[in-house]
Structure formats: structure tokens, C-alpha cells
Ligand binder design. Structure first.
Ligand SMILES: CC(C)(COP(=O)(O)OP(=O)(O)OC[C@H]1O[C@@H](n2cnc3c(N)ncnc32)[C@H](O)[C@@H]1OP(=O)(O)O)[C@@H](O)C(=O)NCCC(=O)NCCS
Length: 183
């Protein structure tokens, strides 16, 4: 099904602690989806689990976001400042990023990624596992637009990261997307 949508259909909110359980469930879907890439198994309770979830409301410099499409949950992004490449020290990073299947290939991920990244001017590092080729293609096109083609795409030593690392500087001050981050 192809959705015909306008920007106002998509809303991105900061996930509050009261959204934690929703995010936890969406993370399960995300990890299930990525298990063909990560080779992860569920635990004895049938869950993947996500050890860092609580940190998003406890530690500074961690930012959880939810995407809502016409008020239905459509995905999420977790942003932090954990970097792998020494030259990206202090950069923001996408820890996890997910669009539910129904909403894919219709630009939802691109708009959400642009909005989230535009919250934070300055250096960015985005890492994608080698096996996740579709995500590599997704991020390459997002970053090409955002950084006007000025970015570095590297495959570092596999001991450092087993995949692709994008590094770029976001020069935007704030996205003009009308309803983003509204409560
Ligand atoms: C990667 C993901 C976020 C993309 O979300 P999306 O809403 O489908 O992305 P968009 O519709 O904005 O895609 C924009 C462009 O990215 C590229 N792209 C997106 N998904 C792709 C895929 N599966 N294969 C190849 N290219 C893809 C295409 O160039 C696409 O443009 P097109 O549809 O006109 O060809 C989504 O597929 C997802 O959540 N995947 C599982 C989780 C994941 O891998 N997250 C990233 C971890 S770093």
C-alpha cells in the first residue's frame, strides 16, 4: 500500500519516561527485524531486551524520539554521543533508528532522520553494520541531502566497527518542519 501523505501527517516527539514501555516494544520489533543482520536470539522470555533503554532518561546526552504517522506509532530514533572513530569525538550519533514496515519506502524515514539530525548542529557519526545494506543506502541518501554531499563514508578496521561509518557536519540550525517535536 502506498501512502499519500503530507508533512503534517508525521509528528516527531521526544519520548518521555511515560513512553518507555512503548519504546521497549518497538525496540523488540526493531531487533527482530535486524536479527537477520545481527544474528541475535531472543532470551528465555522470548525477548531481545535493550540494556541501554533506561539510560535515555537518566544520563545526559541521550535523546529518545518517537515518530507518529497520523497519530499511530510509526518508528523511533535513539540519539547519543557514543562514537567509534577518534576524529568524531563529541559528535552526535544515531544509536538506533526504525520505521515500521507499513510506512517504509515512502519517505517517512528520510523526513524523520532529517528532523532528528537537524535538532543538533555540528558533527555527526552514523554507523551501520556491513550486512545491513538497505540501511547503508538509506543513510547515504539522507546524509547526501543533509550535508550537501560533504560527508565521509568509511569502512574502518573491522576491529573498530564491522561496517560503514558516515561522518559529516550538520550546518542547519533547526528544521523548519512545522509540527516536529510538538507535544
Ligand atoms: C532503513 C529504514 C529506516 C528506512 O526507512 P524508510 O522510511 O523506508 O526510508 P525512506 O522511504 O525515507 O527511503 C529513502 C531512500 O532510502 C533508500 N532505501 C530505503 N530503504 C531501502 C531498502 N530497503 N533498500 C534499498 N534502498 C533503500 C532508497 O534510496 C529510498 O528511496 P526510494 O524509496 O525512492 O528508492 C527502514 O527500512 C528500517 O527501519 N529498517 C530496519 C531498521 C534499520 O535497518 N535501521 C537502521 C539502523 S542504522
Amino acid at each position: 500500500m502506498k501512502l499519500v501523505w503530507i508533512m503534517e501527517d508525521l509528528r516527531i516527539i521526544e519520548a518521555k519516561e511515560s513512553h518507555k514501555e512503548i519504546l521497549q516494544r518497538l525496540l523488540e520489533l526493531y531487533q527482530y527485524d535486524l536479527s537477520v543482520v545481527t544474528d541475535d536470539d531472543v532470551d528465555q522470555f522470548g525477548l531481545y531486551g535493550y540494556s541501554y533503554l533506561d539510560c535515555y532518561w537518566v544520563e545526559e546526552k541521550r535523546y529518545p524520539y518517537l515518530f507518529l504517522f497520523r497519530e499511530a506509532f510509526a518508528g523511533f530514533a535513539l540519539v547519543n554521543k557514543v562514537n567509534w572513530l577518534p576524529e568524531n569525538d563529541g559528535a552526535h550519533s544515531i544509536a538506533e533508528f526504525f520505521v515500521l514496515k507499513k510506512y517504509r519506502r515512502q519517505g517517512v524515514g528520510t523526513v524523520a532522520a532529517q528532523c532528528v539530525i537537524n535538532r543538533f548542529p555540528g558533527k555527526w557519526e552514523i554507523r551501520i553494520l556491513r550486512e545491513n545494506q538497505s540501511a547503508i543506502q538509506f543513510w547515504r541518501q539522507v546524509i547526501t541531502k543533509l550535508a550537501s554531499g560533504r560527508f565521509l563514508e568509511r569502512i574502518p578496521d573491522p576491529h573498530l566497527w564491522r561496517g560503514t561509518v558516515f561522518s559529516f557536519k550538520n550546518r542547519s540550525v533547526k528544521s523548519s518542519f512545522p509540527k516536529e517535536f510538538a507535544e
